[in-house]
Design a protein around this ligand. Structure first.
Ligand SMILES: COc1cccc(CC(=N)NC(=O)c2cccnc2OC2CCNCC2)c1
Length: 385
């Protein structure tokens, strides 16, 4: 399929002969285009100040009504205001990278795209990158070729901050995935999932048999499994840095990153540690983020409460046991389903903990950075929100 826009971007093929690294060289910031790209005449750029409650509410409303749906258009991501604030206003973020498009007359927010700064390690090189996310065009403005303009504008604003690489994911295939991952789902409330059409009753299975199949203990099995606290930041950072070192692409987390990104926030990020009762050593870490989905057009339910596996490190037990404890807590806290990608070492627990394969794939991309070869999911250590 011809990609009129993507063929103009540095997202090219692999080149195992050439080294790994930027496809195009950085430019002097003074040479970066100073003026915003052109929009259709009735629309205007509008940088969204997410510290402002009203603007944040406008962003929430645009996304909850117009963001990503599953392939059967039965569910749509419903990122909460507190989640968006957490995900997008991290220390060192650039307000100018929260880009909106408004209709000139009504001032209605009709499109959005974001970037946040991150340090991503690819093999042995730590590269400052922009993580691009939340590209959204109002349903009524689709196929007006707005998405390419939003992408060019966020790229321009990233360049203005002297940053020349980016990372993003998508459910669609574009030039040129660096990894293609499968997503998996572990039912926690199988009856609701079947009622809303997320899951189907397996052949020759009754509902009561299905409920029994997915039943979980009331409490985690591991003594010392508890919510992460600020005092755990140093130990968790060490655990994560050591664990993530094995993957070809992974975030390069500092203690400040861990403190901001992984300390628990109700209904946003859930994180846990295992503390050895004798040595008080932190030996394991588990985390999942909260991303509900609107259930489109179901008469009994309006919201699917989903947990998404984030970063997990087990050193004192099999990852399987740690993840089972995470499932137990997610069930306790009222989640309907626990989702995971087959990245990192997740394959080691997916089948055994009764995850079922999802009906789609998530593709990872790098902008202006060539790898020698695509990665296997087990070589991918980056989880985007
Ligand atoms: C259940 O409600 C849905 C609402 C919209 C889309 C999908 C399917 C889908 N596209 N799922 C994923 O992309 C996905 C499945 C498992 C884990 N992470 C995921 O995506 C994350 C990471 C990328 N940004 C969205 C959230 C499901």
């Amino acid at each position: 399929k011809r990609h009129l826009f993507w063929e103009t971007q540095p997202v090219g093929k692999y080149q195992d002969d050439a080294g790994e690294g930027p496809i195009e060289p950085a430019q002097p910031v003074s040479e970066v285009r100073q003026e915003p790209y052109n929009l259709p005449s009735t629309y205007e750029w509008s940088t969204c100040d997410l510290a402002d409650e009203h603007t944040m509410k406008e962003v929430y409303t645009l996304l909850t009504n117009n963001y990503v749906e599953d392939d059967d258009n039965m569910f749509r991501f419903d990122y909460s205001v507190s989640f968006l604030r957490w995900a997008l206003t991290l220390p060192g973020y650039f307000p100018s990278w929260h880009i909106g498009v408004r209709a000139k007359t009504s001032k209605k927010l009709v499109a959005f795209i974001t970037g946040i700064p991150a340090k991503i390690r690819t093999h042995d090189t730590v590269v400052p990158m922009a993580e691009i996310n939340f590209l959204c065009v109002h349903k009524k403005l689709r196929s007006k070729r707005l998405a390419p303009v939003l992408i060019k504008e966020v790229t321009r604003r990233v360049h203005l901050e002297d940053m020349w690489q980016a990372a993003y994911t998508a459910g669609v295939v574009l030039p040129t995935p660096i990894a293609t991952c499968q997503y998996w789902h572990r039912p926690l409330n199988p009856k609701k999932l079947i009622d809303v059409g997320f899951s189907r009753l397996a052949p020759r299975m009754t509902m009561s048999r299905t409920i029994k199949l997915y039943r979980l203990p009331e409490e985690p099995a591991t003594p010392g499994f508890r919510p992460m606290e600020r005092r755990d930041v140093v130990a968790v950072t060490k655990l994560l840095q050591t664990y993530l070192a094995q993957f070809q692409v992974a975030p390069h987390f500092s203690e400040d990153d861990v403190e901001y990104l992984l300390l628990p926030i109700d209904n946003v990020i859930n994180s846990f540690v295992v503390e050895n009762s004798e040595t008080h050593e932190i030996t394991d870490f588990a985390s999942f983020y909260t991303l509900p989905s609107t259930i489109i057009g179901n008469k009994n339910y309006s919201l699917l409460k989903a947990a998404y596996s984030y970063y997990n490190v087990a050193t004192s037990m099999p990852l399987l046991q740690l993840m089972n404890d995470a499932l137990v807590i997610a069930k306790q806290r009222g989640y309907d389903v626990f989702n995971a990608l087959d990245v990192m070492q997740n394959e080691s627990f997916l089948k055994e903990l009764k995850f079922g394969p999802g009906d789609g794939q998530l593709h990872y991309y790098l902008y202006n950075y060539r790898l020698r070869a695509p990665l296997k999911p087990t070589e991918m250590g980056l989880v985007l929100l």
